[in-house]
Design a protein around this ligand. Structure first.
Ligand code: ATP
Ligand code: MG
Length: 261
């Protein structure tokens, strides 16, 4: 998540998921953004009347009814452009922050990783993501203003922690790294910020800054229009290499929970 737009949330969700799936893990992506970018990036174009995560959130169907298999070991719960406005519609529903969590809990389809792509806002869709997960990853662009707004993001996490005790900010990912002096300086200051553990709000104290930085690579920006993760478009480019390395790092640092028998 990051309420800032265009920082690499969708690109990272799709490509980390695809890299983990290629390594043999079962992975599901939930697209919670009405822009439906992750859905399109994974090659799914829903027709006007097709069901999406929105129908799950409004109780019209179950996760299993909208799940698409989009690759080996890879599934998608798609979003629909029609979801714009749905947040308002949900606003008066009882237990509105828990609808996705409960819908996922009802499923007996188990995966090793479930990634949720959040919209660039701290609204009800993002709250539904935050009650459903344990780990929050925040992509940042190494720009001067990258941590601007971070305090609000943390406030939101702290508020949701009252509803979801296991919530924690656990990964910071530097995206669109262009190797300039500015990017180096900003990433250095981000590292310093997160290394001063005692000054950090409790909810961020376990956060790791991923060693793998995602370099700026035009191939990553081209792949969505081909409806495939980077590995189906240009598997040898540096963007593919970065996301493969990141997936290895994530698999090592975030051992998936053992399912309850
Ligand atoms: N490493 C990269 N190199 C070059 N282009 C990138 C890279 N990562 C993402 N992009 C491009 O930058 C744009 C924004 O990325 P992305 O859609 O992943 O951000 P986002 O945080 O999901 O945006 P939004 O807030 O709108 O959901 C997209 O056009 C994407 O293709
Ligand atoms: Mg996005």
């Amino acid at each position: 998540m990051n309420q800032k737009g265009g920082v690499g949330k969708t690109t990272s969700t799709v490509n980390i998921s695809a890299a983990l799936a290629a390594s043999g893990a079962k992975v599901c992506v939930v697209d919670l953004d009405p822009q439906a970018h992750a859905t399109m990036h994974l090659g799914v174009n829903l027709g006007d009347d097709a069901k999406s995560v929105y129908d799950v959130l409004t109780g019209k169907c179950k996760i299993a009814d909208v799940r698409h298999q989009v690759g080996d070991n890879l599934w998608l719960i798609p979003a629909h452009l029609d979801m714009v406005g749905a947040e308002l519609e949900l606003a008066s529903a009882i237990g509105r922050e828990f609808i996705l969590r409960d819908a996922l809990a009802e499923e007996n389809f188990s995966v090793d990783y479930l990634f949720i792509d959040c919209p660039p806002s701290l609204g009800l869709f993002t709250l539904n993501a935050l009650t459903a997960v344990q780990d929050v990853f925040v992509p940042l662009q190494p720009h001067y203003f990258s941590l601007h707004g971070f305090a609000r993001l943390v406030e939101t996490l702290e508020a949701v922690k009252r509803l979801n005790k296991s919530l924690r900010l656990s990964g910071i990912l530097l995206c669109m790294f262009d190797g300039t002096k500015l990017a180096d300086e900003v990433s250095q200051s981000i590292v310093e910020f997160f290394n001063q553990r005692d000054n950090l709000p409790a909810i961020c104290r376990e956060a790791v800054i991923f060693e793998t930085k995602i370099r700026k690579n035009i191939r990553l920006a081209e792949a969505p229009s081909h409806g495939t993760p980077i590995f189906g478009y240009d598997s040898n480019c540096c963007g593919a290499e970065d996301y493969r390395n990141l997936a290895v790092e994530i698999a090592a640092k975030f051992v998936t929970a053992v399912p309850v028998p």
